[in-house]
Design a protein around this ligand. Structure first.
Ligand SMILES: Cc1ncc(COP(=O)(O)O)c(C=O)c1O
Length: 385
């Protein structure tokens, strides 16, 4: 039996790799492990949501498949949530409930692309995106990271569009940099996608963690948004449900119709219990979500002020949402070696820059969103080396 050569070229999941570095190690109380590796809310789901699910477990329908796209009432709750958050949003036919944003991404790519097609990927890229594309035989067409602006450049995007290009893929707020794309820039890139009749795919996994009153974009206000725009959502981060695998694909009804062919053969449907959790969250948890977003903002601000000091040899290049994107001080080490050194010598785990794409060896991603406010100082002090 042979493993597919195409898959052999794909990177191993980086969080698993980094966690293996510390496997079996004991950490003493005076130098505990600081885990800046994975972006997961460190708090529990809302009590009301848990109580709601406890009651739902005795409902006999809970153990049965739902329609592939998810229950109508659930999609209506999600639609209303978008209306409130974006000022406009998809209707229930333009939503497919998925096993996390991860599966929504696969649905989008399999519905858009054939093997050999290209997707434009802005660096630094969320590592699962290139992994997924490569596993599918789709070529990521990388756009280099511009450290000066940290933003994608529409002209540079336009320059790499070919007849094989099916989509421009962007993540806002970015994983790994936390950078939030301004609505005007998103609109400009959407117009470019429209001009070339390709898709703008926006992964907005962290859209509940935008600073203040910021609106992510106005694309849903356009009557024909679905012709060239696909939105990827994760309720895992929004409602602290990462283990429930709670996501959605938002696209035109026609796109969803075809995506359901993949959905049916891949997972049939999102688990019903997850659908109940999401609907409860959308119907009841606006204030709870706002509270957590402002808590994350406080963590960010504290991290930012403590990290950005002259005695710190690491340079903070960008930050936001759950993340900081920093340059490490060791010119003779790549990102993997630098991250390993942080794990071995300073009891800190974080991700090497190069897992987010080529030529990013000078960087590390720190997911401070997992660290409680009162522990941020302890975490940042590890970098004062
Ligand atoms: C940008 C981005 N997209 C997608 C995902 C996956 O989200 P989910 O857990 O909903 O599949 C993550 C998780 O960290 C992410 O950072």
């Amino acid at each position: 039996m042979k493993i597919s050569p195409q898959l052999q070229q794909v990177n191993y999941p980086p969080i698993s790799e980094v966690k293996q570095w510390i496997s079996g190690r004991e950490f003493s109380a005076d130098a505990p492990l600081v885990d800046l590796c994975q972006a997961i809310p460190d708090y529990q789901p809302a009590d009301g949501l848990i109580n709601h699910l406890q009651n739902k477990l005795t409902d006999p329908s809970m153990s049965v498949y739902s329609p592939d796209e998810g229950l109508l009432t659930v999609r209506q709750s999600v639609s209303a949530w978008y209306e409130r958050r974006y000022g406009a949003g998809p209707n229930e036919d333009q939503i497919c409930m998925t096993m996390g944003a991860s599966q929504a991404f696969w649905l989008a790519m399999l519905t858009l692309c054939q093997s050999g097609d290209e997707v434009i990927v802005q660096l630094p890229a969320y590592f699962d995106h290139p992994m997924g594309l490569q596993a599918l035989g789709i070529k990521p067409r990388y756009l280099p990271y511009d450290g000066a602006t940290g933003m994608p450049d529409p002209q540079k995007i336009a320059a790499v569009i070919t007849s094989k290009t099916k989509a421009i893929l962007l993540v806002t707020p970015s994983n790994p940099t936390g950078t939030v794309l301004p609505p005007a820039l998103i609109d400009e890139i959407y117009q470019l996608a429209k001009k070339h009749d390709i898709a703008l795919v926006l992964d907005e996994t962290y859209n509940a963690f935008l600073p203040g009153e910021t609106k992510a974009h106005q694309l849903f206000e356009k009557v024909d948004w679905g012709e060239n725009f696909i939105h990827i959502a994760s309720f895992g981060k929004t409602f602290a449900l990462t283990g429930y695998r709670a996501g959605a694909l938002v696209a035109s009804a026609e796109f969803i119709y075809h995506a359901l062919k993949v959905q049916d053969s891949m997972v049939v449907c999102q688990p019903r219990i997850t659908q109940q959790a999401i609907a409860y969250g959308c119907d009841n948890l606006d204030r709870w979500v706002e509270g957590n977003a402002s808590m994350m903002q406080q963590r960010h601000d504290r991290f930012f002020s403590l990290f950005n000091v002259s005695k710190n040899p690491f340079t903070l290049c960008a930050s936001g949402a759950f993340f900081a994107w920093v340059k490490h001080p060791w010119t003779h080490l790549n990102g993997r070696q630098a991250a390993r050194k942080m794990a071995d010598d300073y009891n800190v785990i974080c991700l090497p820059g190069e897992v987010f794409g080529p030529h990013l060896d000078d960087y590390l991603r720190l997911a401070f969103g997992n660290v409680k406010l009162e522990q941020i100082e302890l975490a940042v002090e590890r970098f004062y080396i």
